[in-house]
Design a protein around this ligand. Structure first.
Ligand code: G3P
Length: 217
């Protein structure tokens, strides 16, 4: 399972690089706005930090505008992945840009039918938003499971990129279901390492070690 980092905060991504867990990065207009930075500058800086795909979202709403913006964004760095919304225009733009070899992440997916269309249009990644489905009383992870079945039924190579991940439970469930990628905020990735019994066990080991008066170096 690949881990993408869902942020436009360059320092937060830098801090995660030594872990080896940064397989890519996803951004969206909200995250860019939150960073307070220029989109081209921030995307280029992030692209220099990782060889993995870095999703940058277009903001045009019509097919022609999305294609133009998508081409522009794809020129910013070799590892840019153009992010397009799951609208009819977004699917047309996915079809046009993917047939020119430009990798596409189709975002804002909330149904299995939408995911099926994105795969047929040639998306490299489909981004189902699981947290936002939970917000309206559904189980977002059920959608990941449905898409997994559909893509496996037909051998689509579009990768399931679970997005809007907010909890450790989301991460665990996505891994159990077989999402290809999970994109999560840095805090969620870091929290995955924690367990109360690890902390307790380590404290006990250190207490006993002190009693020996030894040092390894
Ligand atoms: O990956 C999509 C993500 O940025 C949206 O997350 O928590 O705003 O639903 P959220």
């Amino acid at each position: 399972m690949k881990f993408f980092i869902d942020t436009a905060e360059v320092d937060a991504i830098k801090a995660l690089i030594p872990s080896g867990f940064v397989d890519g990065v996803t951004t969206n207009p909200t995250l860019i706005a939150r960073s307070g930075r220029n989109i081209k500058e921030v995307i280029q800086e992030i692209c220099a930090l990782t060889d993995g795909p870095v999703s940058a979202e277009v903001t045009a709403l019509d097919t022609k505008g999305m294609i133009e913006e998508g081409k522009r964004v794809a020129d910013w760095a070799d590892n840019v992945c153009v992010k397009l919304p799951l609208t009819w225009a977004g699917l047309e733009a996915t079809n046009a840009l993917s047939s020119q070899g430009i990798p596409i992440n189709v975002t804002l997916c909330f149904s299995a039918n939408q995911a099926l269309l994105a795969a047929k249009a040639g998306a490299t990644f489909i981004s189902p938003f699981i947290g936002r489905l939970d917000d309206i009383g559904e189980d977002g992870c059920d959608l990941i499971a449905e898409i997994r079945v559909i893509y496996d039924n037909y051998g689509f190579d579009t990768q399931i990129l679970a997005a809007s991940i907010r909890s450790l439970e989301h991460m665990e469930n996505c891994a159990l279901i077989g999402a290809d990628v999970a994109t999560a905020p840095p805090s969620v990735i870091r929290d995955m390492a924690g367990h109360e019994l690890t902390d307790k066990g380590l404290a006990a080991f250190m207490k006993d070690w002190e009693k020996t008066g030894q040092s390894i170096l």
